[in-house]
Design a protein around this ligand. Structure first.
Ligand code: NAD
Length: 354
């Protein structure tokens, strides 16, 4: 099996590439531009693997994508490359429009050109998995769940760019017949997560005894999924999902942000005790503009059609994650030179210019 993964130096992409190379023994080509979020040290475990190749290129580069796809001749493309941080999309949306929309278009066209040249089983079995987010659905009230049929209603420049790319991907199936599948997943967490996101940011700020900022009242609810459970779902969806369909992925682990931060503090109180309790570092700060109140996934389709189940509960996954950050300073310490935990995502006084 030959697989192209885009964004394989990022958080979820690197977990996926490690799994495909080490556990599945597939031939993998990882295409990643290595933006601030891409980190090859997340792939150190693959340095001597003959079934792994890396190409530094942008998914917006049409010629590079066409030659990569035509030369590697993949059975599957799993597309994860994206600008992924909501706060950064508020401060400057241009890269989100370029990579998430134009880049997805460019990759779809490269995939289509290659696929149309295939015959027989190669054409029949080819799959393009577009990896997306539950944020495309907007915000929920107290009781609903996102289903695959929920109308798109994105709130942030990030989620709007992902919604656009989902529409492009599915239209390439309906119009050209390209065997595209979409996955829409809830918030991920786990090892190798860039320290701008809530969970790793909280762990590292706590270790440095810095304040733990909580947006608004901390009552925004997210449905957390351990990254390896997402990887397992992606593997099942690309293998057995139906082209033209979307699959929601979520672990039924809803938590308010304040409870996530408190739980991390409690784990650190046990694993790295101090004279103070970590919770005393919590500080409530100005809310994120357009902050969605609640996300929660109904994963029934994935569970019944493909037999997927999340293996980690939030309790087991968060303990593993905190322990991993304690044990792997070598991975996160260099990143603090680039990002020291400062606040992102407040609306700039002057909009960015091209
Ligand atoms: P990430 O920001 O950690 O990684 C993104 C990767 O894409 C980086 O390695 C970066 O270098 C690469 N990249 C960015 N622009 C590129 C370009 N123009 N060309 C090639 N590579 C480029 O993101 P992540 O959290 O691993 O998310 C991966 C995918 O999963 C994204 O599409 C995201 O929308 C989706 N997703 C993420 C979550 C989550 O909770 N993190 C949840 C659901 C879906």
């Amino acid at each position: 099996m030959r697989i192209i993964v885009t964004g394989g130096a990022g958080f979820i992409g690197s977990a996926l590439v490690r799994y495909l190379v080490l556990e599945r023994n597939y031939e993998v080509l990882n295409i990643d531009l290595l933006t601030y979020a891409g980190n090859l040290s997340s792939l150190d475990a693959l340095s001597d693997k003959k079934n792994y190749q890396f190409l530094q290129a942008s998914i917006c580069d049409r010629a590079a994508m066409e030659s990569a796809v035509n030369e590697f001749k993949p059975d599957r493309i799993m597309h994860l490359a994206a600008e992924s941080h909501v706060d950064r999309s508020i401060t400057g949306a241009a890269d989100f429009i370029q990579t998430n929309i134009v880049g997805t278009f460019t990759l779809l066209e490269a995939a289509r050109g290659y696929w149309e040249g295939q015959e027989g089983a190669a054409r029949e079995n080819f799959r393009f998995l577009h990896v997306s987010t539950d944020e495309v659905y907007g915000s929920l009230g107290a009781d609903d769940l996102f289903k695959e049929t929920t109308a798109y209603d994105p709130s942030s420049p990030y989620s709007a760019s992902k919604a656009s790319s989902d529409h492009l991907a599915i239209s390439w199936h309906r119009t050209y017949g390209l065997p595209v599948i979409i996955s829409n997943c809830s918030n991920n967490y786990g090892p190798y997560h860039y320290p701008e996101k809530l969970i790793p940011l909280t762990i590292l700020n706590a270790l440095f005894e810095k304040s733990l900022p909580i947006y608004g009242k901390g009552d925004n609810v997210r449905d957390w999924l351990y990254v390896d459970d997402h990887v397992n779902a992606l593997d099942m969806i690309v293998e057995r999902g139906r082209p033209g369909e979307a699959y929601n992925v979520g672990g039924r682990n809803e938590r308010a942000n304040i409870d996530v931060v408190r739980q991390i503090c409690q784990e650190l109180d046990k694993l790295r005790p101090q004279s103070f309790r970590y919770e005393t570092l919590i500080e409530f700060v100005t809310d994120r503009p357009g902050h969605d109140a609640r996300y929660a996934i109904d994963a029934t389709k994935l569970e019944t059609e493909l037999g997927w189940r999340a293996r980690e509960t939030f309790d087991s996954g968060i303990l593993k994650t905190v322990q991993w950050y304690l044990d792997n300073k070598w991975w996160w310490e260099p990143l603090l030179q680039k990002y020291s935990g400062h606040r992102l995502g407040l609306i700039p006084e002057k909009p960015e210019t091209e």
